[in-house]
Design a protein around this ligand. Structure first.
Ligand code: NAI
Length: 245
């Protein structure tokens, strides 16, 4: 049962990687966390760990591509103060191998689910509510991820369009664009590919999930009230385009 009293933050894909760090950070910030993730076991473990620390959270093993389940979940919750659309999938494969079915699946998770969560949540949101979408630096362009890059470009455009749709209601919508961050999603990469990625990092290293969580905490804060439709890069300078040497 959702606890009242605390401000409410829903985080999709909150059981792993960047989402997990966002959950931990927003719980520290005093939010009651609604953690949505397919991985029930990991989600339940994290909620237990937060409660052991005296923090407030609940888990829902909802598939974010199940539109009815998403709308039913939002219906049963009080209005969200913060929605973090974090869950995403990445398949690393050459353009020639990407099928239309791959493309649709990536869009279902990375974009359509974001739309469904946002539309259902906004219907109940009050002035001052925040939406933070997790895009990717890769929306600027990357090889071997045609469907992913296109989906993240869509997330950025969606963020800007949605910010204008809801600005009169006092709801702020922003995105963060992480660069290479050390999380399980990178397990799909070969060691050579990881090495090549690191060579492109001006810092010479991947970022940490906490680096992204800090930025989300800032954009989700009730004290942040005049920023909307923006994309904040959290990429250790990679998007600047220069080389480290
Ligand atoms: P991850 O793979 O570690 O975690 C993703 C979580 O989302 C998992 O717990 C998974 O169970 C959940 N999930 C996936 N599909 C789901 C579905 N249909 N329904 C419910 N839950 C689902 O991924 P990571 O690295 O933490 O990525 C999080 C976000 O950050 C993604 O949107 C990703 O595209 C983005 N990102 C990650 C970068 C990185 O270098 N790791 C860089 C830029 C963006």
């Amino acid at each position: 049962m959702t606890m009242t009293g605390n401000r409410l933050a829903l985080v999709t894909g909150g059981a792993s990687g960047i989402g997990r760090a966002i959950v931990e950070r927003l719980a520290e910030d005093g939010f009651h966390i609604v953690l949505v993730d397919l991985n029930r076991e990991r989600a339940d473990d994290l909620v237990r760990a937060l409660k052991d620390k005296g923090q407030s959270a609940e888990a829902h093993a909802t598939d974010i591509t199940n539109e009815e389940a998403v709308r039913a979940l939002i219906d049963q919750l009080p209005p969200l103060d913060v929605l973090v659309n974090n869950a995403g999938i990445l398949r690393d494969q050459p353009f020639e191998n990407c099928t239309a079915a791959d493309f649709r699946r990536t869009y279902e998770v990375n974009m359509i689910a974001v739309f469904n969560f946002a539309q259902a949540a906004i219907a109940k949101m009050r002035p001052g509510a925040k939406i933070v979408n997790i895009a990717s630096r890769a929306y600027l362009g990357a090889r071997n991820q045609i469907d992913y890059v296109a989906s993240k470009g869509a997330v950025v455009s969606f963020t800007r369009a949605l910010a204008m749709e809801v600005i009169k209601r006092g709801i702020l919508v922003n995105a963060v664009a992480p660069g290479l961050i050390d999380t399980p999603i990178l397990r799909g990469f070969t060691p050579e590919r990881i090495e090549a990625q690191l060579a492109l990092q001006p810092t010479g290293k991947a970022g940490k999930p906490e680096d992204v969580a800090n930025a989300v905490s800032f954009l989700a804060s009730p004290r942040t009230d005049f920023i909307t439709g923006q994309v904040l890069f959290i990429d250790g300078g990679k998007s600047l385009g220069g080389s480290a040497v």
